[in-house]
Structures are given as structure tokens and as C-alpha cells.
Write a protein that binds this ligand. Structure first.
Ligand SMILES: Cc1ncc(COP(=O)(O)O)c(C=O)c1O
Length: 513
């Protein structure tokens, strides 16, 4: 049929009438002809989005079965007929928008999700419509410059040397993957003359060891496994009472591995652990890493953006010595998912991921003024994610972003004090960033296992009823609840309301069990 279309088209028939003849809707593509339709669709859609903001709960509380039923009602597999956009929007409202989790709602205090800035939404709208792919200059032109501008801005904040560079990634997991990959390939090449990119695996690699705190993000182990090195190549290092890596324990762990005949190649320091927001002592870790020529990767997925908060700046001492850094703007800089970057102190190290393809970025163009961002990325086609942050910096400004972070930190500190004043609660850390880990402790009960069940009951029943979304985690095998505070509009009064709901749920549980 396509061949047919082509032949008739060659015979000077207009493509449009051809498509119409074949009952193909010509109004679906974003182009000059369909501008008005695009405008109308976007305008109508905005009303639906604003309606989502009117949802008074963070979640409708609808059950999984109810949602599945609603979904299968409008999505019968046998029905391939198309509907009008208005109708599709109505359906989406019914199955998604009315039940989507709202990170803007003051009762959403669970995970590392933030409300987003309006300029970032404008940026995302443009990025999707223009559909720039930031891989080669001939696909992205000045989008390349905008991404590079953001990278230069953040490397400067991290005080990296002038040899530094970076690239946008899909998130902290991918950035951490790149950190481990560069660390391994660099060490293998520099100290053993092994070119992993060209030659692949070498038996010596099974002796390579990474070190990170026992509170580091799971993506470190997962990425080591994906790199073929296995979970066992990652050595967890004990933390102190503030959940920061213990430098002395790191030295001992390195020595122990060396005695076993293993080769320490890299340390991952976390600035902002997922649960506690704790900062590993990067300066002393950097000195320890240097003694053994180890790569220092800093995971700042959560804490990295707090460099904009004056209060937190001193915690970044030593980050300037990192070989690579992960930073997520979609966690703590009020950007829509995805918005994340991977930074390196020496841009030459991107050679471990670069590849030159004849059809895309031929080797002859390597040093051309037309920069191809693909040479720094493990992705090929890549969204223009830097645009939303560029808009945010232009319109919101880094000073305001820094104040938002100070506000959420203060809220965490005040909430921690609130919990400490109440004998029903036990807290286990004072907040460095914006999380509070705690548990409800029923009077007269000593068994941790009962408290575990009670706290999980509190979390699940608040979620099911759409009353509040609180996270849970474990420390020393004991279950705790967690508030992650990233919404500067949430007040202490809102937190008191959630704390009271937790107490009500606990009272119910005690009555029924
Ligand atoms: C410290 C830390 N590193 C890495 C990640 C992974 O980031 P992403 O979810 O963007 O892949 C997280 C996610 O919570 C994190 O907290």
C-alpha cells in the first residue's frame, strides 16, 4: 500500500487527498498546516492539568481493582476505532488524572519527588514540540550550547577544575553507572594497560573493588552487577551515628581487601543519603582515595543541589577533588523527570564511552567546532532535558531555588523537634537535608516486631485512604517511617496534621489488635 501511495504521488496527486482517500487522518502531525489544532489541543489540555491541581487529596484512594476495571472498560483490545481528543482527555481524567499521585499536595511527604517550577514546564513543552535530539550538532545546533551552559554552571558550583565537563543523563542510576564504568576502565587502562572498551573482560577485573558507605544507594551495587563485576565487588563501609561513612573504617576495609589480594579502584562518597540525607566526609575520603590512586565518585543525586543553600555549602568541602559526580535536578531542584547530570573533573575520561559512527559523528569531525554531545553519553537519542533548567535559572533564579531548599530543610528540623517532643515517637537522626526517619512506639510494647507491623499498618492505611503518603525504610532490621520534605509550600501546621493522623491510626491499630 505504501508503494502504491508513492507511485500515485509521483503522478502528481496531492499527498493530502491521497491520505484522505485512504481514510488516513491528516490532522495528526505537528506542522505548519495544523498550528491551530495544536493550539486548541494544548489549550484544552491545560484545563485538564489545572483540574488535576484541584484534587484535594494527594491520591483519590481508589483501589487497584477499581482502577483496573475503569481501565479495561475504556481499553478493550478488540476496539481499534479512534476517538476525538476531547473524549481521550475525558478518559484520561477518569483513569489517571483523577487518581495520579500529586507531589504538590501537602500530605505527600514520601519519596524524593518535588513540585516543579512553571518555567521548567514551559521548557519541557518546547523541548517536546521541537523534539530536538541532543546527540549531534546537526540535530541539535544551539541546544548543545544550552546543555553545555548548564553543565558549566553546575561544575562551577561544585568547584571542579577547568578541565571538567559533564553531560545530562536519565537520572542518578545512569550517572552512577557512568561513574563506576569510567572508574573501572580508567584504572584498568592506566595501571594495567588493559583497554576494556576495545578488548572486553580481563581476569584481573574480578579483583577490582569499590567502597561505599553501607547507607549508599542500591544503584551502586546494581551498576557493579550490570558492569559484570558483581555485587561482591562493592564493599560496604560502616557509618557513624550520623550515618556518615566512617573514614577509619574505610581505611581498614581497603587494607583488608588488599590483604585478600584484591585491588581497591574506587570510592563512592554519598552527599545526601537517600534515607538520612547524611554527607560522607568527602575531604578525608578524597585523601584516602588518593593514597591508592583510587577514583573518587561523589553521589549527589539527592544532596548535590543543596550547594545552592548557603547553609549547606560547607558540607561540600572536598567535592572539588572528585573524579566524577552525580547530581539530580529532578530530585531537589524542582525539575520534571528526567533532569540529571554526570560530571567529570577531566573531560578526557569521556573517551571510555565515546564512539564514532560513520553515519552520525564520523571520526573526522572529532575536533570540529560542531560539537557532538553523543561522544560524552551512553545514550544515542537523548531528550533536550537541559532546557527546562535553563528556563528555571533564567526566570526563577538560583537564589530562589536556594531559598526553597533552606525552607524544606528548616521544615525537616522543625518536624524532627515536633516528633521529639512527643513520647509516642522515636527519632534516629537529626536532619542534614530534608528527611526525617522515625517510628511510632506504642506504650507498653517492647517487641520490635510488633512495632514493625504497627508502623507498616500506619503507612498503608494512610495511603489507602488517600490521607497521606509517608515512606518506610529499615535500619538495623527495624522498620521506620520516613518523611521526605521537598515542597516549600508545606508548613509545620501541615506536618502537625500528618503527625496527628499517624497517632489516630496507631490508636485504631491498638484498639483492634
Ligand atoms: C543517593 C541516591 N543516588 C542515586 C539515586 C538514583 O537516582 P534516580 O532515581 O534518578 O535514578 C537515588 C534515588 O533515590 C538516590 O537517593
Amino acid at each position: 500500500m505504501l508503494l502504491n501511495l508513492f507511485r500515485i504521488n509521483k503522478n502528481n496527486m496531492k499527498l493530502e487527498s491521497l491520505l484522505l482517500e485512504n481514510e488516513i487522518n491528516v490532522k495528526q502531525l505537528f506542522n505548519n498546516e495544523n498550528k491551530e489544532l495544536y493550539k486548541e489541543n494544548i489549550k484544552n489540555t491545560i484545563d485538564y492539568i489545572l483540574d488535576f491541581l484541584n484534587n484535594d487529596k494527594f491520591y483519590s484512594g481508589v483501589s487497584v481493582t477499581e482502577l483496573k476495571d475503569k481501565f479495561s472498560l475504556i481499553n478493550k483490545n478488540e476496539d481499534l476505532s479512534v476517538i476525538k481528543m476531547d473524549e481521550a482527555l475525558e478518559q484520561l481524567k477518569e483513569v489517571f488524572l483523577d487518581h495520579a499521585i500529586s507531589f504538590n499536595n501537602p500530605t505527600y511527604v514520601a519519596h524524593l519527588n518535588c513540585p516543579v517550577t512553571i518555567p521548567s514546564l514551559v521548557g519541557d513543552l518546547i523541548a517536546s514540540a521541537v523534539n530536538t535530539a541532543v546527540e549531534t550538532w546537526d540535530q541539535s545546533t544551539s541546544a548543545t550550547l544550552i546543555e553545555q551552559y548548564i553543565i558549566d554552571w553546575i561544575t562551577e558550583h561544585m568547584k571542579l577544575p577547568t578541565t571538567s565537563d559533564g553531560v545530562f543523563t536519565s537520572g542518578g542510576t545512569q550517572s552512577n553507572f557512568m561513574g563506576l564504568l569510567l572508574a573501572r576502565d580508567h584504572y584498568a587502562f592506566k595501571y594495567f594497560g588493559i583497554n576494556i572498551k576495545e578488548k572486553g573482560w580481563d581476569p584481573i577485573i574480578s579483583k577490582f573493588r569499590f567502597f561505599c558507605s553501607e547507607k549508599a544507594h542500591f544503584s551502586i551495587k546494581k551498576n557493579a552487577a550490570l558492569l559484570g563485576m558483581g555485587y561482591n565487588s562493592v564493599i560496604p563501609v560502616a557509618t557513624n551515628e550520623s550515618f556518615e561513612m566512617d573514614s577509619k573504617a574505610l581505611v581498614l576495609a581497603i587494607e583488608k581487601e588488599k590483604q585478600k589480594g584484591n585491588i581497591p579502584i574506587g570510592v563512592i562518597a554519598t552527599i545526601g543519603t537517600t534515607d538520612f540525607g547524611s554527607f560522607d566526609p568527602v575531604l578525608s575520603i578524597s585523601k584516602i582515595a588518593k593514597m591508592d590512586n583510587m577514583w573518587l565518585h561523589v553521589d549527589g543525586a539527592y544532596g548535590g543541589c543543596f550547594v545552592l543553600s548557603e547553609l549547606h555549602k560547607p558540607l561540600f568541602n572536598g567535592v572539588q577533588y572528585a573524579d566524577s559526580i552525580t547530581i539530580d535536578f529532578h530530585k531537589s531542584l524542582f525539575q520534571p523527570v528526567s533532569s540529571s547530570a554526570f560530571l567529570v573533573s577531566d573531560k578526557l575520561n569521556f573517551r571510555y564511552v565515546s564512539h564514532y559512527a560513520d553515519y552520525l559523528n564520523p571520526i573526522e569531525t572529532k575536533d570540529s567546532e560542531h560539537v557532538n554531545l553523543i561522544t560524552k553519553s551512553i545514550q544515542t537519542t537523548r531528550r533536550f532535558d537541559a532546557l527546562k533548567l535553563w528556563f528555571t535559572l533564567k526566570v526563577t533564579g538560583e537564589k530562589t531555588l536556594g531559598s526553597y531548599l533552606k525552607i524544606v530543610h528548616k521544615l525537616a528540623v522543625d518536624t524532627y523537634a515536633l516528633l521529639n517532643e512527643d513520647s509516642n515517637f522515636e527519632t534516629i537522626h537529626s536532619p542534614t537535608l530534608s528527611t526525617v526517619v522515625f517510628r511510632y512506639k506504642a506504650k507498653g510494647i517492647v517487641e520490635d516486631s510488633i512495632h514493625d507491623m504497627l508502623n507498616i499498618y500506619i503507612k498503608n492505611s494512610l495511603f489507602k485512604e488517600g490521607k497521606a503518603s509517608v515512606a518506610s525504610t529499615k535500619h538495623n532490621n527495624i522498620t521506620y517511617l520516613k518523611f521526605t520534605l521537598l515542597n516549600p509550600n508545606v508548613t509545620l501546621k501541615d506536618m502537625k496534621n500528618i503527625v496527628n493522623m499517624i497517632k489516630e491510626k496507631a490508636a485504631n491499630y491498638n484498639k483492634n489488635n
